[in-house]
Design a binder for this molecule. Structure first.
Ligand code: GDP
Ligand code: MG
Length: 712
């Protein structure tokens, strides 16, 4: 028989870390809420134990307010795990046990993993696991998920608990006089009527009625409308009574009694503090400075500038190497293949296209390393915390900041997980405003385009420029969000409390894994999606070819030129040089005409009258169209366009250098293009994701329109 073990607990309690320790699967380990929205499964095998492990999303309570909570509740009903391993943060017991208590009331065999005892110890907190186990009546196993200390004991305890199969011992908390009486009354009726008793313990259902739990209420109404109405009436009566007598409501009272129960347990010698009771913890001390009202923002700006400095300056040389590699590779292939379609496909379509994207791998790697450092240390959560106030003014929340950052708000994310991360926002309006504007952030696919243009036109001040572009993207996103909140998604804001995880020293292994995972994703995308689109766009830039007549025309022009130079003069190097040059001019004209005549060229040209105002020629238009499929394609399409329609073939070199030499390009045109790319249509995948998450295609189309208009 296989035993299913669910890992449940508060966000940041170490579930994913333990999951990875147990199953060996690599998975994202983050510090902000909402990383583990998906369900992760794996197997733990050790000696005689073989357990199936499921990593549940992080939650604080078993209410039905957030998606995570609902996911967890559904999971408990649908898959009935044999045992829950409830991970609690030993240094934050009171808060963490709030969820444990609910698991116990819900009647699920629970085994408590007392995690982070190392961190607790360094804060001077020691927890008596045996005492806690005795008082709660469940196994409690000390654990350091990060090192794996205690994991075997924990799994053994979980397996033993599952094997016992004795009647689930339900925790019955006292809810005081007023509530207690009514809950008991309801319990009796629930038992007599077997009202949903196949799913929930009777007392749990009664307490949920007290909490006004929407999901239970609607289930109850379906199950037995008469009884449900009676219960609702009973709750209403107590609620009225409470409001008059103590000015509170049942839901709040339920929470009060649960916390009361927890603190009564903790008071019985479970927690021992060493040293000064109210000394400031290291994290709090750091936060005094780092999130200080004046110093905080200055430090934040400095950190971001430092990050850009690190990324763009230090990666410069390796990026150059990469570029030269692909360039040399292209030259070799080019020299060894006969002229024709195949050569054009391989050199212009694939090597110049995909190679251009892959050339930025070192930069992406540096960026991801820097971000991982900020994220794993807990600093990113502080950024969100400091920006919370700002976001409120624009009709969003602190969690919105996280969604922005995941989307690439600092640099190098992706809008798709960013949009998914908005699921943690409880209020639908803030959520919508956030997910519609998150794609304006500078995701990892836009970065190479920016880097290319910055390298071409601004050899100085790279990191400062990147910083300014980051500010512009945030400003654009915030303004659009505010506009949306004033018009189509008008409505009250919901209050929101943000919690800060303590600072942690990132492990080098963790940083490397994060950097590797994300860089690999980038490389894989270049090798698959980008490759496919590059070839497609190459084809659009190549077909239809010029007519025989036109080709003949060019051929004749060349012949005429050659004939005009007398044979006797060919030997003279000066004249031979000038002849070569003139022929090259004709070659270039032909190449340009060919590109213009192709499908892509025609589309690009037809849009030119509109885009000329923004400073984009038809070649750029082709690249922008490609960018709708994936933003990296802008780099590859520019590469292909300038390689197919090469104007000055002997002046080759990296694309950035070639762009810088072209007459119709200027620093201003580059800035204009960067800003347009920042805001115009999100990539196709992001639009689909927006439509899905916002619940309607209308929103996907809106983002497309608003973004393009704003960018323009
Ligand atoms: P989840 O949100 O519950 O999945 O939590 P994570 O597994 O992502 O862990 C959150 C943070 O806590 C990470 O930075 C971990 O490295 C850290 N962490 C996890 N377990 C321990 C532990 O036992 N001791 C210490 N000091 N840190 C831990
Ligand atoms: Mg997690």
């Amino acid at each position: 028989m296989e035993i299913t073990v669910a890992l449940g607990g508060n966000p940041n309690s170490g579930k994913t870390t333990l999951f990875n320790e147990l199953t060996g699967a690599r998975q994202h380990v983050g510090n902000y809420p909402g990383v583990t929205v998906e369900k992760k499964e794996g197997d733990y095998i050790h000696g005689e134990y073989s357990l199936h492990i499921v990593d549940l999303p992080g939650i604080y309570s078993l209410t039905a307010y957030s998606v995570e909570e609902v996911v967890t509740r559904d999971f408990l009903i649908a898959e009935k795990p044999d045992v829950i391993v409830n991970i609690v943060d030993a240094s934050n017991l009171e808060r963490n046990l709030y969820l444990s208590v609910q698991f116990l009331e819900r009647g699920i065999p629970t085994c408590i993993a007392l995690n982070m005892i190392d961190a607790a110890k360094s804060r001077g907190i020691e927890v008596d696991a045996e005492k806690l186990s005795e008082l709660l009546g469940v196994p409690v196993v000390p654990l350091i998920a990060r090192t794996g200390y205690g994991k075997h004991e924990l799994m053994k305890a979980a397996a033993d608990l599952a094997a016992q199969k004795k009647e689930d011992r339900l925790l019955r908390i006292s809810y005081g006089d007023d509530l207690g009486k009514v809950i008991l009354e309801m319990e009796k009726e629930i038992e007599a009527d077997t009202f949903m008793t196949d799913i929930y313990p009777p007392r749990w259902t009664a307490v949920k009625y007290m909490e006004n739990d929407e999901l239970i209420l609607s289930k109850g109404r379906k199950h037995n409308p008469g009884l449900a109405a009676k219960f609702e009436k009973m709750v209403e009566t107590v609620a009225d009574h409470l409001r008059e007598t103590v000015d509170t409501y049942p839901e709040a009272l339920v929470a009060d009694y649960r916390y009361g129960y927890i603190s009564s347990i903790l008071r019985q010698g479970v927690i021992r503090r060493k040293g000064n009771e109210d000394r400031l913890y290291a994290s709090d001390k750091i936060d005094r400075i780092v999130t200080n009202r004046f110093l905080g923002p200055i430090i934040m700006m400095a950190v971001l500038l430092g990050l850009y400095q690190f990324t763009f300056t230090y990666s410069e040389l390796p990026v150059k190497w990469c570029e030269s590699f692909f360039e040399g590779f292209g030259d070799i292939v080019s020299a060894n293949l006969p002229d024709g379609l195949l050569k054009s496909l391989i050199v212009s379509g694939i090597i110049d296209g995909v190679g251009g994207v892959l050339g930025f791998v070192p930069m992406i790697m540096f960026m991801f390393f820097g971000i991982a450092l900020l994220e794993d240390s807990g600093y990113l959560a502080r950024v969100a915390f400091m920006l919370d106030r700002v976001f409120m003014t624009f009709g969003m929340h602190g969690s919105s900041v996280m969604a922005y950052i995941i989307s690439g708000g600092i640099a190098g994310g992706c809008a798709v997980p960013g949009i998914m991360a908005t699921r943690t926002l409880r209020s639908p309006r803030e959520r919508l405003a956030t997910l519609l504007t998150a794609p304006f952030m500078n995701c990892g696919a836009k970065l190479p385009v920016f880097a290319l243009l910055i390298a071409a036109f601004f050899s100085e001040h790279k990191s400062t420029l990147m910083f300014v572009f980051t500010l512009i993207s945030w400003a654009g996103a915030l303004i659009v969000a505010k506009l949306l909140r004033l018009t189509v998604i008008r409505g009250e804001s919901m209050p929101f409390v943000m919690e800060l995880p303590p600072y942690r020293l990132p492990t080098f292994k963790g940083l490397l894994i994060h950097t590797y995972e994300r860089t690999w994703q980038y490389v894989r995308k270049a090798g698959t999606v980008i490759l496919g689109i590059s070839v497609l766009i190459w084809a659009m830039m190549t077909f239809p070819g010029l007519s025989e007549n036109r080709l003949m025309d060019f051929e004749q022009q060349r012949e005429r030129l050659k004939a005009s130079v007398p044979d006797s003069a060919v030997g003279m190097s000066l004249q031979a040089e000038s002849l070569k040059k003139q022929i090259r001019v004709i070659d270039a004209k032909e190449a340009e005409e060919r590109l213009k005549y192709s499908v892509a060229g025609r589309i690009g040209t037809s849009l030119e009258s509109l885009t000329r105002l923004a400073g984009f020629d038809w070649r750029v238009n082709i690249a922008l169209l490609g960018g709708f499929a994936a933003k990296e394609v802008i780099v590859s399409s520019l590469g292909t366009a300038y390689s197919l329609g090469e104007i000055n073939p002997d002046e080759s070199g990296p694309l950035s250098e070639r762009l810088a030499r072209l007459p119709n390009w200027s620093p201003l045109a580059a800035i204009s293009l960067i800003i347009f790319i920042m805001f115009y249509a999100p990539c196709f995948v992001a639009v689909v994701c927006i439509a899905k998450e916002a619940g309607s295609w209308k929103w996907g189309v809106t983002v497309f329109q608003v973004g393009s208009a704003l960018g323009y």
